[in-house]
Design a protein. Sequence first.
Length: 585
Amino acid sequence: MPTKLFISLRNKFIILFALLITIPFIISGLITYYQYSSNVEEDSRRYTRQIIEQVNINLDQYMRDMDRITMAPYYNQNVMSILRKHPWQSAPSFVTSDEYSKMNLMISSLTFDRSEIRGVLIFARDRNLFSNLETTVDRYWNALHSPWMAQVEQGNGSIVVVPPHDANYYLDGHEQVISIARVIREISTNDYLGIVKVDLTEQGFKSLLDSTNNNSKSQIYISDRKGEVIYPIDQGDPNHSLSTQVINNEAEQISVTVYSEFTGMQVTGLIPKSEVTAGARELVRSTVIVSVISMLVAYLLAIVASSRLVKPIRHLQKKMKKVQKGDFGERAEITSHDEIGHLTGGFNIMVAEIERLIKEVYESKLREKEAELSALESQINPHFIYNTLESINMMALESNQHQLSSVVVSLGRLLRFTVNKEERFVFLKDELMFVESYIQILSYRLGGQLQMELDVDLGHEDYLVPKLILQPLIENVIEHALDEDSVTVRITTAIEEDQFLIIVSDDGKGMNEERMEQVEAHMYKESKEHGARDGFGFKKKGFALRNVHWRIRLLFGPEYGLFLDRTHEKGTHFVVKIPLQWKGE
């Protein structure tokens, strides 16, 4: 079978990128050369129309933005309420600071990040003037100095473009501004409430043309419905009209006019034919230069990109070879968040799982060995111990040692209760019986110093509790509460909502505040030493309470466990908090 030619993934990427770069450049170059070899004037006229149409689109979009700004007062109840409070009257009414604040807040939100807006003003009917420029704008307007208002009122609530005019309400001097305005009317009654006016600087219209007006000698004019030039603002001869300029230079320039149905304004572009022709002559040469430079840069980027794409794959390949040799501790570094990164993450998970399975199989072998040893150690039949205790009991009864007999019987009950390791939960009555037997044995050793009282409702005895949770508390009483005097251990139960409480208290010497804090810190501290044992296999002191608390918490959740009750002044009181459980749950 013939050997196939090996081509690295990096080389494949480079070839693919080269084809994707070269072919489009050649095709676009040929199409561009063919198009600009045709009639220059006709193509230039079409190009000019596209520019003007784009300007018109931008203008319509811009005017729609201005339309939304002038409509904003209708959607602000504070503004409408303030305008209703200022109807027409001969003298301006007083404006409160709260009204100025609400107006300023709304108007300032409209002008945020809009540098082309000179100012947004709301003219109330009582000649009060609200603006976002409180320090540079007069607070009252004068009808004699505002002839533009008649044009806005004729719009009857529609948006009106006001041609360049003097804005005499600015305190820092009169300015020539272009404005967008409309009448504000009451929605329900159509009553005249005022006028909202947006003053634009020349920059607002200039920004619409900068991205399209690339020819230094070309000119673009924006005029209103009546043909009055809005942009650029004419600072020179006022008699120099746009129509005159178009007629006088018709043979030397290309003129295109587009009408906006939304605003009624006209956009007129004047481009000298000589400028367009010069651009066409330079197009081919410029295209070739730019294409060559672009292709070289694109080839360089293709090489760099292919290397970056292949690098994580090579890294993953090296890690896979190490894993093949048995090194399951290797992990690949995830350097990207794409398919390769996901593949690398999957590889790491797979290797970790293989390592875990190998370790699990190894540990299972060790556990089998330990189980065999445990089986050999536990060959002594528990029945042998029970029969032995029964024999001791019979001997004690024959010798009239009834107290010793009672201790032996209690010890037998303890062994029977603890030898069954399969049961995790027992009935409360069985747990109490175990504790009674434990205390009975201790009472024999302590000579009656330890007494026990039960205050358990009969209905509570059938609740399920974790096995062996009360004996450590009794052991704690013997260890810390038992003094020269006798001590009584009292076990009571209670139900709070869906929680079952077992209270183990004593009337011993108790603990001071510092000791209680130490016990709580030790009991609630999470540690791996819960089951710590000494060299003889017995649990170290101080871990019984902690083990009870964490057993309950692991079984039922963090809201349950063993808690120290600080409300009592005498003795020690512990509360076991577990959920209510019955047989079968």
